[in-house]
Design a binder for this molecule. Structure first.
Ligand SMILES: [Zn+2]
Length: 302
């Protein structure tokens, strides 16, 4: 059985973002605390004893504190149920939380070689001792059995795959197609075959991506923006969603209809997104199309 805890739901900056005065951030500070959310991360387990984090957000310390499943087990002075951390990219909102896991407890660290290179080149990440926190490069399109730190099977199989996300980078630098900068993940329960697909950044549903998503029991999908020009329309930025590697919810909903997906959950939701508000027409449209806009701490058992 796959068990998932949504540790955080927000895009980089969280809600409210420290320097943001948009309507959602203002409401989150003033009278609408339910809008507050931490930066995107999930925890996944096959046995509810050992957990793998997908991304280590800057809010990880707070997320662990608020998630009993991730607390040290009774009777141990130093212990953690966190068996590993899987990184889907090397951005601050995916890796900064590693610095909060520095107190000499072993776990496995998995990322594409390009992301491991970023960690290697930033010496601050040496707080994760190499003898305790082995770093393993994730190949693309090659499933492997995810081990616990003692080498025994976790009951999960992990596969990373490339996602369309860096179109703009590709256009700006033709020598580098950005492959590996952002990956999607497929995580499968070895016992019952249930399968989740994690795509917290995705610029386009290409046919290989549709094939990945088809028939999945659970999908976490890029929920950064409701509409492609949202940041521009709100006066918060000059880039479209596509330009930032994010497909808008309003385009995702029809694109994923008909792919026979069990549960569909938006993740990495930017504070500009009107679907954050339970009472908004955008939220209603997402809900009526079968999509979940989660709150921090939401648990899903498949
Ligand atoms: Zn804001």
């Amino acid at each position: 059985m796959l068990s998932i805890v949504v540790l955080g739901t927000a895009a980089g900056g969280g809600v409210p973002q420290w320097n943001c005065g948009c309507a959602n951030c203002r409401a989150a500070r003033n009278g609408r605390p339910e809008l507050q959310s931490t930066q995107a991360s999930i925890a996944v387990s096959a046995d509810r004893e050992h957990w793998f984090l997908v991304n280590a957000s800057p809010d990880l310390r707070q997320q662990i504190t608020e998630t009993p499943a991730l607390h040290p087990r009774t009777g141990h002075l130093r212990q953690s149920p966190i068996a590993g951390v899987i990184l889907t990219n090397g951005e601050v909102d995916a890796v900064a939380g590693l610095l909060s896991l520095r107190e000499s407890t072993a776990f496995g660290l998995y990322a594409h070689q390009r992301v491991l290179d970023i960690l290697r080149d930033n010496s601050i990440f040496n707080v994760l001792r190499g003898d305790l926190v082995p770093r393993r490069a994730l190949p693309l399109n090659a499933p492997f059995a995810l081990p616990l730190i003692d080498g025994t099977p976790s009951g999960l199989t992990l596969e990373a795959f490339p996602v369309p996300g860096k179109i703009a980078l590709f256009l700006e630098d033709e020598t580098d197609n950005g492959e590996g900068d952002t990956v999607g993940l497929e995580i499968r329960d070895d016992t019952d075959g249930q399968r989740l697909v994690f795509l917290a950044a995705c610029a386009e549903v290409t046919s290989p991506i549709a094939d990945r998503l088809r028939g999945a029991d659970l999908v976490f999908f890029d929920g950064t923006l409701w509409r492609d020009d949202e940041m521009i329309a709100a006066g918060l930025g000059s880039k479209t969603g596509k330009r930032m590697g994010h497909m808008a919810m309003s385009d995702t909903i029809p694109a994923l209809a008909g792919l026979d997906i069990g549960k569909r959950v938006f993740l990495h939701i930017n504070n500009s997104n009107p679907a954050l508000r339970e009472d908004s027409p955008e939220r209603r449209a997402a809900r009526e199309a079968g999509w979940i806009v989660p709150a921090d701490g939401m648990e899903i058992d498949l």
